[in-house]
Write a protein that binds this ligand. Structure first.
Ligand SMILES: CC(C)(COP(=O)(O)OP(=O)(O)OC[C@H]1O[C@@H](n2cnc3c(N)ncnc32)[C@H](O)[C@@H]1OP(=O)(O)O)[C@@H](O)C(=O)NCCC(=O)NCCS
Length: 313
């Protein structure tokens, strides 16, 4: 018998996070990132599934301000506890939560090497919307980059020039809608973007690199770091203003990031690129990133309350 309850406090939330980290260790985070993430979204819920009192699965549902018309969810069930109904029970709870908020669309993420979980989603009517390929750069064999930025461009850190935030926001306004698959996302107003995208628990001004052409911010690149993976730095956004693309600005930003990671003892860089995002995929191939674990994003309607899925034979 599976029992699903919403997390009742910090202890439950930690159990939920422990399950997520056990199922997706390559994406492990700490409670700091969880709190920062929850503070950045419009609404959220965190469920635990228990069998005979033992927690076996968790599900987080969120409404992102950038995509407030749908609920995004990640369901995770411990590997040894699958096919006992926990995933289905969590899915039903998320569907009820979605319906209660008047949303008619659910988005789920599945790893691209996990055929079983993909089938779980597809059997519930979910279809692929977009895909991110995973990329990894092993820093062990990587030497610091010597080449400088293109003529007329200098690379500084945001820590050195905190007043550049507004210029970075102008870059984000142009770059975020240009990411394939994100066209329908909105960019938050400046203050919210600053709080959520730039001042999260994994954001470091000293590890955020800004490309300047005179006084104008023409690009920036940042990491999302976590104490849960202290030797792995994960790339967050790399963004260049439209008029400045194709001139080596992103290349200079990425070289600065790699040099920073080398100087600070990181052993690996990771990122995910939308598979249709040719420019960033070419750039990462140039720096020697190799395939890693990617994600498939699927969308579907939430199941009607109380509905059971019809089996076909
Ligand atoms: C996807 C995931 C959440 C499913 O969790 P789960 O606990 O195995 O889910 P369930 O047990 O409810 O359902 C899995 C299958 O087992 C079946 N099942 C349930 N109880 C069963 C039992 N006692 N005996 C045999 N099969 C059973 C279910 O009917 C279901 O089959 P179906 O998809 O044809 O309906 C889990 O595999 C997981 O954590 N994956 C990694 C994270 C991930 O990718 N999450 C996103 C998923 S959208």
């Amino acid at each position: 018998m599976v029992e699903v309850t919403a997390c009742a406090g910090g202890l439950d939330e930690q159990v939920s996070l422990d399950i997520y980290n056990a199922v997706w260790p390559h994406d492990a985070i700490t409670m700091d990132e969880v709190r920062s993430f929850k503070a950045s979204v419009r609404d959220h819920v965190d469920y635990l599934a228990r069998i005979e009192g033992a927690a076996v699965g968790s599900a987080v549902g969120v409404i992102f301000p950038q995509r407030a018309d749908r609920v995004f969810t990640i369901l995770t069930v411990l590997a040894g506890q699958r096919r006992c109904g926990a995933g289905s029970a969590l899915y039903q709870a998320i569907c009820r939560w979605t319906a209660a908020r008047g949303r008619r669309e659910l988005e789920v993420a599945v790893l691209d090497n996990d055929a079983g979980s993909l089938a779980f989603a597809q059997r519930r009517g979910f279809t692929e919307e977009r895909r991110e390929v995973g990329l990894v750069l092993d820093l062990a064999g990587t030497a610091p980059y010597q080449g400088g930025p293109p003529a007329g461009v200098e690379i500084v850190t945001w820590a050195e020039r905190p007043e550049l935030a507004r210029g970075m926001y102008e870059v984000a306004l142009e770059a975020l809608p240009d990411i394939p698959g994100s066209e329908a996302d909105s960019v938050e107003p400046f203050g919210d973007w600053l709080a959520h995208d730039m001042h999260g628990s994994g954001d470091r001004p000293e590890a955020t690199f800004v490309a300047l052409a005179g006084p104008e911010v023409v690009g920036y690149a940042k990491f999302s770091l976590t104490a849960a993976q202290p030797t792995i730095a994960r790339h967050d956004l790399t963004a260049v203003k439209r008029a400045w693309r194709g001139r080596g600005v992103a290349r200079a930003l990425k070289a600065a990031q790699i040099n920073w990671a080398l100087a600070h003892g990181y052993t690996e860089l990771r990122t995910r690129n939308e598979q249709r995002n040719e420019p960033i995929r070419r750039l990462n191939a140039h720096f020697g990133y190799r395939p890693g674990t990617g994600r498939i994003y699927l969308v579907g309607p939430p199941a009607a309350a109380g509905a059971t899925r019809r089996r076909s034979s």
